[in-house]
Design a protein around this ligand. Structure first.
Ligand code: ZN
Length: 511
């Protein structure tokens, strides 16, 4: 056994190099945050230059020969360290990413950046005018370059693997399909049972107007209660809510507040709050390293959905918070009791728009997108036939057909940005939220009572210890195994949905 000091020269130099790369990445993220929160419309051209320069510096520095050299030497230095040590994890994760990125030719990186930037503008216009044809050539080009990217990265089983890996490190498409099939077989009968039951849930309370400021203030109170640290973060307004982290010590989230869209700010704030808690909970030792982020997009989404759905759409939560909410909106909510409120926020309704979907039908929107992406990537579907294929799958999975492409195939920004392989993470987030919650509950049987008393601290402490602090040290599969001692599975999520919605919709579950 060789004994080495944990830090010697190459490792220290590698850390400095990766530290600079991480700084550039966080600067880009700050520029992007500013663009969406503060920037006047006239600033967009200058901002595009700023971002492109910073991002290209980051990329060049990362794929430099020197980084590879330092990684090789540092790998030798950490060889005797435990797998989960910070340094061994740093080298392992960075090396894997480095080898992948080195396979992508510089010219392809530039071409993709240009094509996606043009496609984004075309998509915005096409969506506004519900005109798929004007977007079609742009999407074709982006798809072509995405296929080239996947071929450059390489894969063991199928092309989609190379794309999925960006969002869910080391997950194979075949594994994803297995989990999705499990989910599908439980979800489709449940949605059918709910729709057949045909019960009308009274959600007229959402037709009332809720003043902006009171919505903002209640959101702030909830963020404080779930443990968001305003010393190390802030909330702002933006058109599309999102969370950006420049360091665990400076995490920004945004929300969207409208008097006639009460649910949007309420649950949007808690959703982004869940992301932000994850980012704030990463161990400070991982700052300025590539480990200072979530394990995967799906794991990140599990944290937002856990707070948004499993906690903030539970009866226990509102038995405590509805009286508080009523103080903010006495005129709107005096006649609303916990039962009415709970049922209204959990109404299930197959619908056209993914981002407005309830937690039961949400994953159906993802199956559709995942299947279309696979067909496009495997040359089984032309871009020209995409709207028809979209509408057919909407009919199959959700029983509704979009009246136009704006509310259909043009609704999401992702494909214009070449983000094929991203959508599955949203559905995985639902599954993992339930799996993590089950484990937390098994270890802390008092959890529902604590939630019912507005005591949300113990859950956050548990999430910090088991998930947040590790950042990106583990792959999603490794993390799930460590936390739950299971593989990724749809079982917890399906059980959660069945129990909750059988009660709300008075379904006969004896069959
Ligand atoms: Zn999210």
């Amino acid at each position: 056994m060789r004994e080495r000091k944990p830090t010697s020269n190459s490792l220290a130099r590698l850390k400095e190099q990766l530290g600079q790369i991480s700084d550039l990445s966080n600067v880009a993220s700050l520029l992007n945050w500013d663009q969406q929160v503060n920037m006047p419309p006239g600033g967009s051209e200058a901002r595009a230059h700023h971002l492109s320069t910073v991002e290209s510096l980051e990329h060049t520095l990362f794929v430099a020969d020197e980084t590879g050299q330092l990684l090789e030497e540092a790998a030798e230095e950490v060889i005797s360290l435990p797998y989960e040590s910070d340094d061994a994890s740093l080298v392992r994760v960075a090396q894997r990413e480095y080898e992948k990125m080195r396979r992508v030719p510089e010219s392809l990186v530039t071409e993709r950046a240009q094509a996606t930037s043009r496609a984004f503008d075309a998509w915005q216009k096409a969506r506004a005018e519900s005109d798929f044809e004007s977007f079609e050539p742009h999407l074709e080009r982006v798809l072509e370059l995405t296929i080239q990217y996947a071929e450059a990265i390489g894969y063991d089983e199928e092309r989609y693997d190379a794309l999925l890996d960006r969002y869910e490190p080391e997950m194979k498409t075949s594994q994803l399909i297995a989990v999705f099939e499990e989910l599908k077989s439980g979800l489709i009968p449940l949605v059918e049972a709910i729709t057949k039951q045909g019960q009308r849930i009274d959600d007229s309370l959402f037709k009332r107007r809720y003043p902006d400021q009171a919505q903002w203030d209640f959101g702030t109170l909830i963020l404080e209660d779930i443990g968001f640290d305003f010393e190390h973060g802030r909330q702002d307004r933006s058109t599309h809510p999102f969370t950006a982290s420049f360091s665990p010590l400076d995490v920004r989230l945004t929300t969207r507040v409208k008097p006639d869209r009460f649910q949007s700010a309420l649950f949007g704030t808690i959703h982004e709050g869940g992301h932000a808690l994850y980012d704030q909970g990463i161990h400070p030792d991982l700052i300025r390293t590539p480990l200072c982020t979530g394990a995967s997009y799906g794991v990140h989404e599990s944290q937002s959905r856990l707070w948004e759905n499993l906690i903030a759409r539970s009866r226990a939560f509102w038995s405590h918070y509805l009286p508080v909410l009523r103080e903010f909106f006495p005129d709107q909510l005096t006649d609303v009791d916990v039962d009415t409120f709970y049922r209204a926020i959990n109404r299930v309704q197959p619908s056209l728009i993914r981002v407005e979907a309830d937690e039961v039908t949400y994953s159906l929107h993802i199956f559709l997108r995942f299947e279309l992406e696979q067909a496009l990537l495997n040359d089984e579907l032309d871009v020209a036939h995409l709207p028809d294929a979209w509408n057919a799958k909407m009919e199959k999975y959700l029983g509704v057909v979009p009246p136009d492409d704006a509310r259909g195939v043009l609704q999401d920004v992702h494909w214009s940005g070449g983000l094929f392989g991203y959508f599955p993470s949203y559905a995985l987030g639902n599954l993992l939220a339930a799996q993590f919650y089950d484990k937390a509950f098994a270890e802390m049987p008092a959890l529902p009572n604590q939630i019912g008393a507005g005591d949300l601290g113990p859950l956050l402490t548990w999430l910090r210890e088991h998930i947040h602090q590790h950042g990106k040290k583990f792959t999603p599969a490794e993390l799930v195994k460590r936390v739950t001692d299971e593989k990724m599975t749809a079982e917890s999520f399906l059980t959660y949905l069945r129990e909750k919605y059988s009660q709300i919709y008075e379904l006969d579950t004896s069959r």
